[in-house]
Design a binder for this molecule. Sequence first.
Ligand code: NI
Length: 255
Amino acid sequence: MIFETHAHYDDEKFDEDRAELLSSMQENGIGRIINVSANLESLENTRKLMEAYPFIYGAFGLHPDEVGDLNEDVMARMRELCRMEKAVAVGEIGLDYYWDKENHEKQEYWFRRQIALAREEKLPMIIHSREAAADTLRVMKEEKSEEIGGVIHCFSYSVEMAEEYLKMGFYLGIGGVLTFKNAKKLKEVAAIAPLSQIVLETDCPYMAPEPNRGRRNSSLNLPYVAEALAQIKGITAEEVIAVTEENAKRLLFRA
Ligand code: NI
């Protein structure tokens, strides 16, 4: 079954029909879901989802746009959450120079602190990096992130940058963008990356694939991403689903 490695079901865009939508996942081939926290509120909301649904697991961390809310008390709470049975990753963490909500020094400081949290709690990381390619790679190398591992979520950089992360043993998170006509760069990346280092993700409610581009996204759209990846790899969508599920289990369950 499809392993969804990056969703935000605590987002208010799901307030209307969250329970109904989540209860339809399994019958539609979505096996497991990682709900990824991003802001302060979503830490506890991710915990609640993880506790309420057997197939939902949690990632705990603060997005670079949200690190203004980070302090030692929040770090201590994040550590407690990371120790819960169904906590599988630290994330999403990283650098974002596109929205640039927090200054770069502050983003980098809290990125390093959260990398240290992942190392100490022996959890993989879910990395968010937007328009910050060089600094993200520099920080990750300085922090010896290859010893920790994880996913570069919504991968948006060049083939050369992909090769750096693949060499470090990281997985690339690939979602709806792969189905866009103008996604030439990501299609090149998907072609060179070994299938054994790719995981499927939505980033829902954002990034819906074709033919639903622009609408609210959900994990139910992942078959379109699997199909697009299958075409690039010259294999079936079933193979893509099976291999990426095994990849996600190996990375997140350390199985
Ligand atoms: Ni996200």
